[in-house]
Design a binder for this molecule. Structure first.
Ligand SMILES: [Zn+2]
Length: 284
């Protein structure tokens, strides 16, 4: 039986939460035994804790303030207490919350530009907390890679002058950029995570950039996720499910096989799981 891991998904999302035990059981039947969650807001962290209590060996909680939660500007007065709570959660239960995220920047035009500065401030706070508690990060970056990389480099430089470099490591969830951007993150110890929607599209400029990434980089330079219930594979209507992790791996394997004949979905899933166990300190 395989021991594969979904690098990023939202089993506590209201659309699928009630069905989470069944979705986990279906995925386990496909060989997917670990599920690394993405944090949204403090109320959602409580739901992650409950799911982890029900599936302690399978569900890996990750707490953070999602860039969308910040960008909505609806929670400005809750940010400071939420960051304080995040720190105390990491202090009190380091074996429950395994990483900080989602954090990063989302500069999609649907968010007011006036939210950018606040997003950057909270992103920096997350990075400092991750360094202090020595946990990895889960990044969400949309239309803001240059800025996110600049902040990561600045914070890292500050860190090394204060208490020595402690690379937090982590993943860049739903990565859909080309090899140069991928290498820039990898240089900072951050691993691109590939989801279904772009790589299964088989056409368009975003697909072509990502295809270049998965073909050019070593197979150990990326991991695989579903981002369930969002971003279903091309042609799949309705909600995305963790079982579709296999579909992501099959698409990546098919594209890699052009340059690396014989590449299989199973070996990519094995490699991704090994990387995720190391980064998130998950037991076999
Ligand atoms: Zn997510």
């Amino acid at each position: 039986m395989s021991n594969w891991i979904d690098a990023h998904l939202h089993l506590t999302d209201a659309r699928i939460e009630a069905n989470a035990p069944a979705l986990i059981a279906e995925a386990v039947a496909q060989g997917i035994s670990g599920f690394i969650l993405g944090g949204v807001d403090p109320d959602e962290w409580d739901r992650q804790k409950r799911l982890h209590a029900a599936f302690p060996d399978r569900v890996v909680p990750v707490f953070g303030l999602h860039p969308w939660w910040i960008a909505s500007r609806a929670h400005d007065d809750r940010i400071t207490p939420a960051l304080a709570r995040l720190s105390s959660e990491l202090e009190a239960s380091p074996r429950v919350c395994r990483a900080i995220g989602e954090t990063g920047l989302d500069f999609h035009p649907r968010f007011q530009e006036s939210s950018h500065a606040l997003q950057e401030t909270v992103f920096r706070e997350h990075l400092r907390l991750a360094r202090f508690h020595r946990v990895p990060i889960v990044l969400h970056v949309v239309r803001a890679h240059d800025r996110a990389l600049a902040i990561l480099r600045e914070e890292r430089r500050d860190a090394s002058s204060v208490d020595g470099p402690e690379p937090y490591g982590g993943i860049v969830h739903s990565f859909s950029e080309g090899p140069d951007v991928a290498r820039a993150y990898l240089d900072l110890g951050l691993i691109p995570s590939i989801s279904a929607s772009v790589i299964t599209r088989d056409k368009g400029s975003a697909f072509e950039k990502l295809r270049q990434t998965v073909v050019t980089l070593p197979a150990t330079s990326f991991v695989l996720e579903t981002d369930s219930p969002d971003q279903p594979p091309a042609g799949v209507s309705g909600l995305n499910e963790p079982s579709n992790l296999v579909t992501v791996a099959e698409a990546v394997a098919r594209h890699r096989a052009v340059k690396h004949p014989g590449t299989t979905a199973a070996e990519l899933l094995d490699g991704s799981a090994a990387t995720l166990r190391r980064v998130f300190d998950i037991e076999e």
